[in-house]
Design a protein around this ligand. Structure first.
Ligand code: PRP
Ligand code: URA
Length: 213
């Protein structure tokens, strides 16, 4: 792989790596795959959100008044890239229940590997909120780049992308097209095959998550 861009964070926590191995296994059931993705999503979010700005709020503990840290600014936004992004969304909402949620529907044309748009619904005031896009796979990055284009067109300025697995080609393309977007992943695999699949990867994330083919 070429040098990783500064915008890339690989979450190499042993629990994440262990769970990812379980997910890659072709014998992993649909139910187990979904559960593991949800578990990993909270570790990825922990890293992606670790620099959220804080302010203080005056509160009284039973012993004394203190200025205690609380999140600053408007509620953040999670944007799920349909449909596989939904596998990460629930875990993130468990961590940040008050987050706003947007959806971008697109699928990758299997021949051209270009994204095809079919749905978009985003919260307001995107410019004032950290926006975290979620999709388990960053392969060619065509889908992720299109999704970032959408949220930036809606005003987003602080954009982060959480995925489970990335290909070196996708990481490089995202860094070239959107150098301000930070990418968080559990692993960067070897390469893309002729069909644009991540190798060794885990196959089609949506199909494995929802039991389709
Ligand atoms: C998968 C995946 C990403 C995209 C990644 O979605 O969830 O959205 O492919 O590939 P890329 O980086 O080459 O664009 P898919 O198109 O299979 O749709 P789905 O989520 O509906 O299964
Ligand atoms: N989309 C997937 O679900 N898996 C890949 O390996 C590439 C794109």
């Amino acid at each position: 792989m070429t040098d990783s861009p500064a915008t890339l964070t690989v979450v190499d926590h042993p629990l994440v790596q262990h769970k990812l191995t379980l997910m890659r296994d072709v014998e992993c059931s649909t139910a187990k795959f979904r559960a593991l993705l949800r578990e990993i999503s909270t570790f990825l979010a922990y890293e992606a959100l670790r620099d959220l700005p804080l302010t203080t709020k005056r509160i009284a503990t039973p012993l004394e008044a203190i200025d205690a840290p609380v999140l600053e600014g408007k509620k953040l936004v999670f944007v799920s890239i349909l449909r596989a992004g939904n596998g990460l969304l629930d875990g993130l909402l468990e961590l940040v229940p008050a987050a706003r949620v947007g959806f971008i529907g697109l699928y990758r044309d299997p021949e051209t590997l270009q994204p095809v748009d079919y749905y978009k619904k985003l919260p307001g005031e995107m410019a004032e909120r950290p926006v975290i896009l979620v999709d388990p796979m960053l392969a060619t990055a065509n889908s992720a780049i299109a999704a970032v284009d959408h949220v930036k067109a809606a005003g987003a300025r602080d954009v982060r992308f959480i995925c489970l697995l990335a290909a070196p080609e996708g990481v490089a393309k995202m860094a070239a097209r959107h150098p301000d977007v930070r990418v968080y992943t559990a692993a960067v695999d070897s390469h893309l095959n002729d069909h644009g699949y991540i190798v060794p990867g885990l196959g089609d994330a949506g199909d494995r998550m929802f039991g389709t083919k």
